[in-house]
Ligand binder design. Sequence first.
Ligand SMILES: Cc1cc2nc3c(=O)[nH]c(=O)nc-3n(C[C@H](O)[C@H](O)[C@H](O)COP(=O)(O)OP(=O)(O)OC[C@H]3O[C@@H](n4cnc5c(N)ncnc54)[C@H](O)[C@@H]3O)c2cc1C
Length: 272
Amino acid sequence: MQGLRTCSIAITETGAGSDAAGIKTSARKTDAGWLLNGSKCFISDGQWSDFFLVSAKTGEKEISMFMVDKGLPGFTVGKDQLMMGLRGTPHLELYFDDVVLEPLTLLGEQGQGFKLAMGALNVVRLAQVGARALGKASHVLELMVNYVNERKQFGQKIGDFQLVQQHIADSVIEVNAARWMVYKAAWMLDQGFDAREQIAMVKVYAAEMLGRVVDRAVQLFGGMGFCKELPIERYYRDARVYRIFDGTSEIHRTVVAKSTLKKGAVLFDVHR
Ligand SMILES: Cc1cc2nc3c(=O)[nH]c(=O)nc-3n(C[C@H](O)[C@H](O)[C@H](O)COP(=O)(O)OP(=O)(O)OC[C@H]3O[C@@H](n4cnc5c(N)ncnc54)[C@H](O)[C@@H]3O)c2cc1C
């Protein structure tokens, strides 16, 4: 692999977000290959992608994945959805109007697309949401520690006040907890174990932990934490979507709860 061409994953539609199997985009088999029709939204980095991995129905209850090149006749890129955070990356709408796809564009087996996408996204999620949230939270925590060690009020460093120390302590504890959760899930993947539930736990915990840490940072930076002059307000805005994209906290909690009810203590006791 040379990494010369970049791609985005295009699953979400206006009517199908959490319910990724509820898509309307379809691909009909033809003599030439496939005919793709439908639309997608919120597609990250779409502006810079050369091609897209698009989910489409290939039967009543069958979903397949296709590699769709930008620039194909009938494929148009719509508006960039402006958001409260992550303003440095585009999140595009895509439209497919009788786009002719060659047979080779089908990824894996017909009808295996959903399984394929969910398997790959699970691993990507550990890095792109879990590890990234952890890295961001660690960085913000370092900024907080430096600030409370310098900023003086009432003639002393604000880090000397116990109520300020509580924000620091809670953040250190939670960043450490998230780090071990990320490492454990990564270790399980390295060993070839099924880490679906661990990654769901990481997704919920790391995303929500990041939200709490950046919120404390705004608080400890005081008025300056709310100002555009410092990056803290941007970290605060950017953090919010971690609980939403790549499966919402509610969806991942549901995965954890259902698996635990089925498998029991193996999900929370190392000795089983
Ligand atoms: C910045 C950003 C980047 C994105 N990038 C991409 C991308 O590159 N490719 C892509 O395909 N998609 C992308 N998405 C889409 C993203 O994955 C979806 O927004 C997400 O899955 C949620 O879907 P939704 O927005 O339709 O919300 P909905 O599914 O409508 O959910 C709305 C609310 O209902 C709750 N809910 C829904 N179902 C249940 C349930 N069964 N139980 C409990 N609660 C439930 C949700 O948790 C949520 O709180 C991106 C979104 C954003 C904001």
